[in-house]
Design a protein around this ligand. Sequence first.
Ligand code: HEM
Length: 98
Amino acid sequence: VPAGEWVIIALPSANRDPARFPGPDRLDLGRDTSGHVAFGHGIHYCLGAPLARMETAVALSTLLDRFPRLSLAVRPETLRWRPVSLMNGLESLPVRLG
Ligand code: HEM
C-alpha cells in the first residue's frame, strides 16, 4: 500500500478466508475456530467476550432444555437475510416447538 493511500476495511470479510476457514459460508459447529476475529484482536480485544460466551451458552442450553424438539418450521431456502447491516441476521426464524 503506497504511503498516504487510503485503506478501507471490509468488516464482513472477517473470518471468511476460505484458506483458513474452508466453506466459510457454511454453518459448521465442529470447525476449528482458533484464530477467528469475531471478538477483535490485540489491545482492543473485546472486554465482554467471556460474558458474551457465557450468555450464549446459557441461552442456547436453556432454550434446548425447555424445547428439546425445537425445529425449523419452514424450508431453509425460504429464510430471508436482513438487508446489509453491521450485524448479520435473519428477517425471521419460524420454529416448531414440538
Ligand atoms: C457476541 C457478542 C459480542 C461481540 C461479537 C463483540 C465483538 C467485539 C469486537 C469485534 C470488538 C473489537 C472492536 C475494535 O477492535 O475496534 C469489541 C470490543 C469491545 N467489546 Fe465486545 N463484543 C460482544 C459482546 C460484548 C459485551 C457483552 C460487552 C460488555 C459487557 C462488550 C464490551 C466490549 C468493549 C468494552 C470493547 C472495547 C475494548 C477496547 O477497545 O479495548 N462486548 N467487541
